[in-house]
Design a protein around this ligand. Structure first.
Ligand code: MV4
Length: 596
């Protein structure tokens, strides 16, 4: 076993990996950016190294800085977590060629599966069903038409370098093929530096089912059952669960074995996930994620296996000590991503101070997080601040436990998606387990989200002005019965803050502005120019010159940190200039369009 592991990541996943190290008796090394000097992963680690500025490209993505920290620390191995460098085959190769062990699949395996047509061909050869379509890049629009002639419209044109929600074009009729083919190539080039595209039959309302895999260096491959991640918003997973409520035991067995065959054929080692689309009782390979995933927790809960510990053990050369038949799925587990986002504002990222952070506990509740009360949540990285995982003997119990745990979860000072999760647990489609990947983007009415936020937000979310509101909660006893009384004071507080009845919740003064925190639309047009408030890539432009826009209209969609953010105009007017196009990179402060 290693004696020291460097975790090239931050936040909850860095802590998750360090916890596994701790149980294995391995010392831990954190790396951190300027923005994370007081981060939870830094607090947890045995030692920590500053690797640069807040911007991820200058710190967590800086190959040399990470390797240098590993050298200084005298680490034996590097665990990348998820995101950042986790699926970067070039970095994996650098680690393999260094004195450190890479805790993940080999760079070769990552490359074999990273290119989508290669992965499709490999899976097809291994007898894993793929979506009907091409296994070679399509060279012309005519090849798209050929696929459509064979399988019918709609068809999907996908970028070879794509993944997540990026680089997918749906073509519904022959007239659209030429245009969409060209757009797909152009976007592929702009986003991934690869204009190569391929074609698949498009499934209208599939479920997203993924199989957890563990493979050692001795040829053993096991699957740990599936997860259902169909509840997604703009390709961001929101709630994940295991097992899937949509599979029969027969399909479950087939899909698990298919995933095993596939990764075995790829000569894959370590942990991985094989993603499938499932529709009408058929399953189709989509892609392989060559990393530990955010939602690995639900598989751990229902199998009792520690996936991260096994990642470390197989990287150190150990063999998996259980057979496929030993893997039993017991009970049901659901993960809620606790994101700092305002659900009623298109899930715009929120920042602020965790004035209160009081997570739930008790039977069947697991919290994976790296924050604590008083932490400042900035906008430098993704918005997930914690994961709540609930487990019960069946789906029904897990749902009820989820309702209980979310109700216990007390966060103040920062907007989160907790009210949205509570809505989902009362939602008929979700409760029946009949939701597809289309559900959040195309079916759920936004009014229901608004109402859920009003009902369940711990903050006063009306934000028509910035009037200061001081809220105090007093505990009183009337005839021996305890009551809590909320007092709201508008304008300057008459009673000096900080001398009320102590700081313990629920009493104690809280000062905040009326909107609850300083969360805001990611982008807000200021005056006559709509500018970018963060660096990213333009995914789509929703307006043209001459269009009338109303305050609050979305003018374009900007992707930053893998999130799709609506760029909203603060004022109305006529669009006089559009300065950006699909695929453009923009910096913070860049003017996107001009209004008159
Ligand atoms: C598809 C599809 C339907 N048919 N491919 C979206 C992300 C990208 N990696 C693949 N995606 C899809 N590919 C075919 N042939 C539907 C989607 C899709 C989707 C997939 C999983 C989870 C959520 C989704 C939301 C929209 C579209």
């Amino acid at each position: 076993m290693f004696s020291k592991v460097l975790v090239a990541n931050r936040g909850e996943i860095a802590v998750r990996v360090m916890r596994a190290c701790e149980e294995l008796g391995v010392r831990t090394v954190a790396v951190y950016s300027e923005a994370d000097k007081h981060g939870g992963h830094v607090r947890y680690a045995d030692e920590a190294y500053n690797i640069g500025p807040a911007r991820a490209a200058d710190s967590y993505l800086n190959h040399e800085a990470v390797l240098e920290a590993a050298r200084k620390a005298g680490a034996d191995a590097i665990h990348p977590g998820y995101g950042f460098l986790a699926e970067n085959a070039e970095f994996a190769r650098k680690v393999e060629e260094s004195e450190f062990v890479w805790i993940g699949p080999s760079a070769n395996a990552m490359e074999r599966l990273g290119e989508k047509t290669k992965a499709r061909a490999l899976m097809q050869d291994a007898d894993v069903p793929v979506v009907p379509g091409t296994t070679e890049p399509a060279e012309s629009a005519d090849e798209v038409k050929d696929v459509a002639d064979e399988y019918g419209y709609p068809v999907a044109i996908k970028a070879e370098g794509g993944g997540g929600g990026r680089g997918l074009k749906v073509v519904r009729s022959e007239e659209e093929v030429d245009d969409q083919f060209e757009t797909a190539q152009r976007e592929g080039e702009a986003y991934f530096g690869n204009a190569s595209v391929y074609v698949e039959k498009y499934l209208e309302a599939p479920r997203h089912i993924e199989v957890q895999i563990l493979a050692d260096e001795h040829g053993n491959v096991r699957h740990l059952g599936e997860r259902d991640c169909s509840l997604q918003r703009r390709h961001q997973k929101v709630i994940e669960e295991a097992p899937s409520p949509a599979l029969t035991d027969e399909l479950r067995e087939e899909i698990g074995e298919a995933a095993r065959r596939g990764v075995k054929a790829a000569d894959y080692t370590n942990a991985g996930t094989v993603e499938f689309l499932v529709e009408d009782g058929e399953f189709y390979f989509m892609e392989v994620n060559t990393r530990i995933q955010v939602e690995h927790t639900v598989s751990e809960q229902v199998t009792g296996l520690d996936i991260v510990k096994w990642q470390i053990r197989v990287a150190a050369g150990e063999a998996l000590d259980f057979e496929q038949d030993d893997v039993e799925i017991e009970g049901h587990s659901i993960e809620f991503r606790i994101n700092a986002e305002a659900p009623e504002k298109s899930f715009a990222p929120a920042t602020g101070k965790l004035v209160t952070y009081d997570p739930p506990g008790g039977i069947g509740v697991r919290m994976d997080d790296a924050v604590r009360q008083g932490d400042e949540i900035g906008g430098d990285y993704d918005s997930m601040i914690a994961k709540l995982i609930v487990t019960g003997s069946d789906r029904e119990e897990a749902i009820i436990r989820g309702e209980r745990a979310l109700a216990e979860f007390d966060i103040e000072g920062l907007r989160t998606v907790i009210p949205f999760h509570r809505l989902m647990l009362t939602d008929e489609e979700f409760r029946n387990g009949t939701h597809t990947t289309k559900y959040l983007d195309e079916e759920l009415e936004s009014e229901r989200i608004q109402a859920a936020v009003e009902r369940w937000s711990s903050e006063d979310i009306s934000s028509d002005d910035d009037e200061e509101v001081t809220e105090r909660t007093f505990t009183v006893e009337v005839n021996g019965k305890r009551f809590e009384v909320n007092l709201e004071e508008r304008g300057a507080p008459a009673i000096p803050l900080g001398n009320a009845s102590g700081n313990s919740k629920p009493s104690g003064p809280r000062k905040r502005n009326k909107s609850g925190n300083d969360s805001q639309q990611v982008i807000e047009g200021d005056g006559e120019q709509v500018t970018a408030e963060m660096q990213g890539t333009i995914l789509s432009v929703e307006v043209e010159e001459g269009d009338e826009v109303e305050p609050g209209d979305t003018v374009c969609v900007l992707e930053a940190m893998k999130m799709e953010n609506d760029v909203v105009s603060e004022r109305g007017g006529t669009v006089s200039q559009v300065l950006i196009g699909e695929g453009d990179s923009v910096d913070m402060g860049d003017v996107l369009l001009v209004l008159e």
